[in-house]
Design a protein. Structure first.
Length: 164
């Protein structure tokens, strides 16, 4: 088994786990905490994201591992297959890196930081409601997009594995 085959398997597995993680947020976590009033919703999100931000090791292994694995897949496909024959694999890798990780970096992390920096106990009801409105819909919308992309990319990695 060569590095490309190993990295495709690793990418398929890790990107599938990332897809599952974002899916759970889309269908369980966010709908669950959406039932809370503004203050409780924001506090719940702070607590949930705090676990991730405190370098939860399994989360880090999966999330950062998916990036590393996809990069190895990208470069090993060029080295083993050549640039021309690896265009589809390169495209799928880029779709993941920009469509999942790029959205996370550009959209989710700034939104998460904003919520985590709020002093929720010292905000009035109007400000709590405003902060929630500025956060919740945008976060959920882009989470659904990155979930779909992660699922699609994972599926394609499994297809690539079956073709080798």
């Amino acid at each position: 088994m060569n590095i490309l085959e190993l990295s495709l398997i690793s990418s398929a597995l890790l990107c599938s786990l990332v897809a599952g993680f974002t899916l759970i947020f889309a269908i369980v976590v966010m709908p669950g905490i959406s039932k809370f009033k503004d203050k409780e919703f924001l506090k719940a999100f702070q607590l949930i994201d705090g676990i991730i931000q405190n370098n939860q090791p399994i989360f880090l292994l999966i999330w950062l591992g998916s990036i590393l694995s996809v990069l190895v897949t990208l470069f090993s496909s060029i080295k083993i297959l050549g640039l021309q024959d690896s265009v589809v694999i390169i495209s799928v890798c880029c779709i993941y890196l920009f469509g999942v990780q790029g959205i996370t970096i550009r959209i989710h992390l700034p939104l998460n930081r904003r919520i985590n920096n709020l002093d929720i106990n010292n905000l009035d009801k109007e400000k709590l409601n405003e902060e929630r409105k500025n956060f919740e819909n945008k976060w959920n919308y882009f989470n659904k997009i990155r979930t779909g992309i992660a699922f699609f990319v994972s599926l394609l990695f499994f297809v690539f594995i079956s073709m080798l």
